[in-house]
Design a protein around this ligand. Sequence first.
Ligand code: 8YV
Length: 323
Amino acid sequence: PIHDIVVLVPGRLHGHAVKRLGEAFTLVAIDRADPALIDADLASRVRGLASMTVVDRAFIDALPNLEIIANFGVGYDAVDAVHAAKKNVMVTNTPDVLTEEVADTAIGLLLNTVRELPKAEAWLRAGRWVKDGAYPLSRATLRGRSVGIFGMGRIGLAIARRLEAFGLPISYHNRRPVEGVAYAYHDTLVGLARSVDTLVSVAPGGAATERAVNAEVLSALGPQGVFVNIGRGSTVDQTALATALREGAIMAAGLDVFEDEPRVPDDLLALENACLLPHVGSASVHTRQAMADLVVDNLLGWFADGKALTPVGETASVVARPR
Ligand code: 8YV
């Protein structure tokens, strides 16, 4: 019976996922994804994993009967999916259910960055509207901008659709051109940055995108440049970004993600022209519940029907073991 199948939860996980997993499976929780916390008995029993933490090669190897890793989040750079595939372990993520939410957040972050809305509200709350008069005119505007999107996946497309409604021209950079997408494609990120003044990064983490947004890309964006990151902090050279903002190589940045969360470097915190959010792209009750459901439904689909709902590309060819 499904209820006897052991699903391991290392570290924190959304409460709704934990509750449903406990009802459907035999749930075992441990503090973190560390082989040192797995004894021989547990190692032999674990068949599923539900997590939003780093799951590396050593941890996968410590679980010889593991069949599936259900990652909470569309980004799964924390999971060694290539190694999982080699071990015939399925990896799933939570696409689609957060697409529109993250795109909404990206637009909010872009507007906040350009029109300084959080600072304007702080002005009101500090009593300065009464004392000092109107908030200063924002230096930047969305009007007349042209936007480049780095990472034209589901979320990138949802952002592009919104920006079209704002009347802004859109172009993009991606590993390869996306079929059926009519926006202008640039085969290099620096080429895209040169041709726009506003860059929105939705790129996934991992080796291929590590520090892709560097000093050269930022200076190509230019002194009117605005950079928004809603993807992964690892895709940006944070030191170069802080320098570019401080020295006016670009005008402003809006960041929802950072290299070493929850730590945000002091040189970014010190900047007036950086709008900083604590990784809230998908963070509504509604959307996080849908993500939690998809994590559990992937495990249920796998163990009940032999089919994961949303397998990641690396492990798409992994097939369920006969049960
Ligand atoms: C995280 C995210 O899952 O989906 C993603 O890739 O970045 C977020 O939704 C969330 O921060 C939980 O780790």
